[in-house]
Ligand binder design. Structure first.
Ligand code: XLS
Ligand code: NI
Ligand code: NI
Length: 442
């Protein structure tokens, strides 16, 4: 085994809330039973390859800052990719996260031709398979990077040139095959550059038809190869393009309905993307369960005042408790999980910072799970919500919903009825309830 993380000599252990050890979990206790399942089974943590292993800290204003000896390691590109993968699996194992996720180009270098890229990917899939067998790690999802290369400047599936569509189709086919070979639980399609900058040069209706054709081909291929994982769309409102087609869960739902793809595709909800769309994270989760398209979570955090994809690690127990509450209420994960699509701040240059970031993220989510589970089990929120809608469960509400009243019939009724009695929405009481549950968990 390589030793890229010499300061962490044994797997990160659970030490409890009173521990001051920065390299221990205070809340994530993998085997602890919560509402009938272990924490590990509930949370299904995954580490992402791109931010943690392929990114050196560069931003649009400056070069890389992070200590990442496995990036651009000496030797040929495949030897370098193998070093990077060794570092990644050393980290996954020491952290104790059961899953990982990748883009094709994170694990294998793009070659001089399409054929060479496919060969490179095949070599690195073999390498990954060996690491997975050795360490017992599993793949939460794979995906294709069809947005970085200049050929995708005007999108992949939504490109005005069918030749680019075809190239992207080939790339996604190879990435889906790779995900299948590695036993992935899901395959993700984040839009990348599937959107537009200006209608002056864009046929929006046509581009969305192309996107649906592409997705249909993905589903057909999934069935052809017998991939049993879930296909997931990842909504995002903007960035890199000004108008991304998969804006939010509601837009994805409408798209799937319009093109008759419901039942085949679900959503991968990213917390930061929800914020960018002007939604609460919990709203997006609830919308997805409501539409029957909840799949998985990219666990991260944005910033209320900075309007781009910051990909911070999650730190807010309150925000995540409200999200976990909706996840548990909806029945929890099936093939999905909590994937840290999150990166360090550019000044967090030490390799150990990767551990601190993930430990903090995992503890935040574990604590949120405990609070959410207690809220749900006690009916602390569902009771008051049920009371609020009690009228709809009564005779009159039931008649309306069964279509037994007409608009004019209700007008006649209104003429004779007294002013309805208003009730308090009690939002502050309920906010205090959530705060109490968070304070009390142990
Ligand atoms: C970008 C997305 C991306 C997807 C995977 O904003 O979050 O990282 O999760 O392509
Ligand atoms: Ni993102
Ligand atoms: Ni993401």
């Amino acid at each position: 085994m390589t030793d890229f993380f010499p300061n962490v000599t044994k797997p990160i252990a659970y030490e409890g809330p009173d521990s001051d050890n920065p390299l221990a979990f205070r809340w994530y206790d993998a085997d602890r039973i919560v509402a009938g399942k272990t924490m590990a089974e509930h949370l299904r943590f995954a580490v992402c390859y791109w931010h943690s292993f392929s990114w050196d800290g560069f931003d649009i204003f400056g070069a890389g800052t992070l200590d990442r000896p496995w990036i651009n390691a000496p030797g040929d590109p495949i030897a370098a990719a193998k070093q990077k993968m060794a570092a990644a699996f050393e980290f996954f194992e020491k952290l104790g996260a059961p899953f990982w996720s990748f883009h094709d180009r994170d694990i294998a270098p793009e070659g001089a031709s399409f054929a060479e890229s496919v060969r490179n990917l095949a070599i690195m899939v073999d390498e990954a398979q060996a690491h997975m067998e050795r360490t017992g790690r599993k793949l939460l999802w794979g995906t294709a990077n069809a947005f970085s290369n200049p050929r995708y400047q005007a999108g992949a599936a939504t490109n005005p040139d069918p030749e680019v569509f075809a190239y992207a189709a080939g790339q996604v086919c190879a990435a889906l095959d790779a995900t299948h070979r590695l036993g992935g639980a899901n395959y993700v399609l984040w839009g990348g550059r599937e959107g537009y900058e200006t209608l002056l040069n864009t046929d929006m209706v046509r581009e969305q038809e192309q996107l649906a054709r592409f997705l249909t081909m993905v589903i057909e291929h999934k069935k052809k190869i017998g991939f049993s994982g879930t296909i997931l769309l990842e909504p995002k409102p903007f960035e890199p393009t000004k108008h991304q087609y998969d804006y939010d869960v509601a837009a994805c739902h409408a798209f799937l309905e319009k093109f008759d793809l419901m039942g085949e595709v679900r959503t991968n909800i990213e917390v930061n993307h929800a914020t960018l769309a002007g939604h609460d994270f919990a709203h997006e989760v609830a919308a997805a369960f409501g539409a029957g398209i909840f799949g998985s979570i990219d666990a991260n955090a944005g910033d209320d005042r900075l309007g781009w994809d910051l990909d911070r690690f999650p730190v807010s127990v309150e925000q995540m408790t409200l999200g976990m509450y909706e996840i548990l209420k909806g029945g929890g994960f099936s093939t999905g999980g909590l994937m840290f699509d999150a990166k360090l701040r550019r000044q967090s240059i030490e390799r150990d910072d990767l551990f601190h970031a993930h430990i903090g993220g995992m503890d935040t989510m574990a604590r949120s799970l405990l609070a959410a589970s207690a809220l749900l089990q006690d009916g602390a929120l569902s009771g008051p919500v049920a009371d609020r809608y009690a009228g709809w469960d009564g005779d009159f509400g039931g008649q309306i919903m069964k279509g037994e009243h007409t608009l004019s019939g209700l007008r006649d009724r209104a003429v004779a009825m007294p002013e309805p009695v208003r009730a308090s929405g009690r939002q502050e009481v309920l906010e205090n309830v959530v705060a109490r549950y968070i304070e009390r968990i142990r």
